[in-house]
Design a protein around this ligand. Sequence first.
Ligand code: CMP
Length: 145
Amino acid sequence: MGNITLTMIKPTAIKKNYAGNIIEKITDAGFRIQAIKMMRLSKAEAEKFYEVHKERPFYGELTDFMSSVPIIAAVLEKKNAVEDYRKLIGATNPENAEEGTIRKLYATNIQENAVHGSDSDENAEIEVSFFFSKKERFNADGSLI
Ligand code: CMP
């Protein structure tokens, strides 16, 4: 069981100024932020990040959306991080998300679903490395990971 996951706060949630509320939900649920940054993905970077979905009909729209305005990416640490974070954010489609989950509270629709969360420990490692170097990730005492 891994202890990290990668999240992104997606463009619509940033535009609606929900970032603070979302980060509060994350830390209230017991996740510690190892690393965080706001950045605008290029179309090519969004395509690379979502490469596993490249055959899906929504790939073009999704990568346009993800590169439309800045996102916030963060590495979250907690025991059983991937699974616990997926519970906290709720189903991909906010219509199916449980009450109180981040997507139920802050998503607009299935594409603009407020946040991303890694779906496995293996993908968490890949996604974390996509955004962050070792010099950008910190332990609670301030030392580098
Ligand atoms: P995320 O958890 O970031 O992983 C893949 C993303 O693709 C997903 O959230 C949604 O933003 C998007 N997505 C998944 N299914 C659909 C769909 N049916 N239509 C549009 N976008 C989708």
